[in-house]
Design a protein around this ligand. Structure first.
Ligand SMILES: [Zn+2]
Length: 212
């Protein structure tokens, strides 16, 4: 009897899988991050990140835009991971936007800009520049004009197939850009939702057109 049980145990082993050292990435259509959101409280848990708090007022504005992008995309059936500045896990998405506003010691020396890490995001970057430039009346900086744009930390945690972009929507240390931006946060979110929906070919979010 014992030998029979032993034989059965050997014949039908049920080993448990070893724990995976790298957690399985979370799959969504789009990742939307509000730059600096949750800091400085979250910084202690992520000591390997620089605890960058952003330009003055930036952390109040990025969640407004990010929440609107998320709301519109979800209303059109697009799945969204809505992330703060510091987050656990890894993501695989069709597209990602990391929303920021620029700041500068010399006010009004910059404007809108785009950052990306890989050549596959080039098409997305060109498309966003062409689209946002229709409406943004100030300076548009060259792509990846700072190392922070080119090598944004979250690129390592979010892989995309159609493009992952840091978008700086204006320079908010610049009084005229700040005044232009203040009433337009939800509209900027609507522009991004339309742009992302078009980029990934899902959701068919209509173009909001000019700010009204
Ligand atoms: Zn920022």
């Amino acid at each position: 009897m014992i030998s029979l049980l032993l034989a059965l145990a050997i014949a039908s082993p049920t080993p448990s899988p070893p724990p995976s050292p790298v957690p399985t990435p979370i799959r969504v259509d789009v990742v939307v991050q509000a730059g600096h959101e949750g800091r400085p409280a979250s910084c202690a848990r992520f000591p390997h990140h620089r605890c960058d708090l952003g330009a003055k007022g930036e952390v109040q504005w990025t969640p407004v835009v990010a929440d609107e992008v998320t709301r519109v995309l979800r209303a059109h059936g697009v799945t969204v991971a809505r992330l703060p500045a510091d987050f656990d896990g890894r993501y695989v998405a069709d597209a990602a936007v990391f929303i920021h506003f620029d700041g500068n010691d010399k006010p009004c020396s910059t404007g809108a800009s785009i950052g990306y890490h890989r050549a596959l995001s080039l098409h997305a970057a060109h498309a966003w520049r062409a689209y946002y430039k229709r409406y943004f009346p100030f300076r548009f900086m060259p792509d990846n004009f700072t190392d922070n744009l080119l090598d944004y930390y979250a690129f390592r945690r979010v892989k995309t197939t159609d493009g992952g972009l840091v978008v700086e929507l204006s320079e908010i240390d610049c009084p005229v850009q700040r005044a232009w931006t203040a009433p337009r946060l939800l509209w900027q979110g609507d522009l991004l939702a339309h742009f992302l929906s078009t980029l990934i070919g899902r959701g068919h979010v209509p173009d909001p057109g000019s700010f009204k």
